[in-house]
Ligand binder design. Sequence first.
Ligand code: AHR
Length: 680
Amino acid sequence: MLSKILSISALAAAAQAISISVASSGGNATSAYQYGLMFEDINNSGDGGVYAELIQNRAFQGDNIFPKSLDFWNALGGAKLSLQNLTTPLSAALPTSMQVTGGNDSTIGFSNVGFWGFPAIAGWEYKGSFWVEGDLDGNVTVCLAGDDNVAYAEASVEVSTSSKWTQYNYTFSPTVSAPNSNNTLNFTFAASDLTGAVNFNLLSLFPPTYKNRENGLRVDLMDAMADLHPAFFRMPGGNNVEGVYPPYWWNWTQTIGPLEDRPGFPGAWSYENTNGLGLLEYLLWAQDLGMTPVLAVWSGLFLNGTFLAEDRLGPYIQSALDEIEFCMGDASTTYGALRESMGYGPFEINFVEVGNEDSLSSGGPSYTAYRFNAFYDAIHAAYPQMTIIASFYDVDGATPPFNAAGDFHEYAIPVQMSSQFGYFDNYTSAHPLLIGEYAVVEYDQPGTNEPLWTAGAGRAFMPFWYGSVAEAIFLLGAERNSDKIIGASYAPGFQNLNRWEWIPDLISFDANPAHTTLSTSWHMLELLGGTRITENLPMTITDGEYGPAYFVAGRSAVTGAHIAKFAVYNGTESFNLTFAGVGAGATANLTYLTAPMNASQPIGGNIVQTHEQTVRAGRNGVFSFKLPEYSVAVFNVAANAAGPGHNYGNAGNRHGWKGWKSWGRDKSHHGVLNQWGQTL
Ligand code: AHR
């Protein structure tokens, strides 16, 4: 019965067009950061994911939470492998190494299984290295070997007996690709070349990295993010910034410098982080993708609820100040000079978040009583221009607890999120909000209006299409309030298909790049975030109402285009749309996405269909078109297609548009550059 009622109302909606007229000025301010990214090392998305290192457990790191082990290593030829804490370790940060002693065969060694396999791709130039100490004198063969016994790539490294740790480098490049990623990396040598014991540590192998950076990031995953044109980057967490329990918090000082000096960190997501993906790598990642960092600093709360007393906060506040100085200080400052010594100039930091979800566990009272203000006062005194963000916020209109911006997280189910188009309309605080995390996490199910968070209870393995459309409605609601909303970021960003704790995620992957899966929400975001409104324009609905279609409209100061964005939920909708100043004969490009309502992406595949249509304005400049049920659309009237009477003036520089700074390019003429500032 219910479905009958729904389909009748859907038909009614389809029968009558909604009429929308968009004014040429008077909209609320916009933010330059509407669509962004949040990242933490969850689901093996840093180590084993974006961080391109291919060897798992490369330096035998561990601690009280995740004890050191020989996991992911196997002996070859009957060799004996053991962990050793030598009197002369590789470094203070990496005190444990792997010792190899004699075996049964004439060729012995060990192999690593990688992060559940290794990609062996023809033409890729791999760069590797390892440290050795001990009684080995001869050639070590490093081989990328398939489970079909094919050696896809091989290098030979001449090693000499030494009581000093020595680093050796190797490179190789497969000439044919392996059919899958069921490959191991084997290190072998003649048993006769080993006269006693030999010790190995920090064994590394990198494929080509994004922008060829040393210690860099995985190309296909970076490309997938770049395609979303994210404007901000919240890092390094999430729960991961907090740490599981004392004394483990995301201590930035242990994430910089040579890899031999990074001890690792027991992440919040059940595995040791190598810290190869450290503060500088995060900053370079932001820089390479043109994102403004939102730097989360530790606020004195551990995930198990332990928090610091007020009189113990001092060193951690100083550490946060040092961290900011490391990021943006010039060479005359202590930590700016340290960064310069590593070869990098200052990075601009405009946003700092104090902690993560400090209202949870037993954190809230101490955060509101003293922790937030202690960090805020110190950071604000040193950097008065900085937007400082509290890690939770009261959105529902009661007095905001902090005299600062807030971070709002929303994990929901579709029925809930699709009803949140107006969620931020009544948010009246003087302080802006970052939507630092949001996602539809479960399918709708009877009897609940919010996630059940119970194992198996409707939790989605990957985003699914009607959930993605619900997210789009929520996002458009945020975008039309972008005078108060800094921007929004889906979370979490990535899922390693071989080891994950949190589903659903924006992008799924494994060791085989052919399996990289861009979720339905990724496609929704590519469309909505890929078209940037820099000037919101007020809309009047002259006939009809919101639902099943939700929309925002505005202009791009970069291209001069008029833009409208739509999310259509449970019912088709016809539109009569006008933009003030756009006349009869103007042409628009309508791009919309559809997919089967309940569908998620197949691994490595795509069920989201992109439809392109040209719409010509009829009499009085009315654009008439229709959008199907469960669709997301962008309507774009390019400046040079806007027809007679179009007013080319006024694009940009109004209503709080934060200008070109974040995009860093000269936009002095309209219609010549695309929205990303590239010459057409
Ligand atoms: O995004 C996954 C987790 O959800 C984040 O680590 C945390 O901030 C939130 O609870």
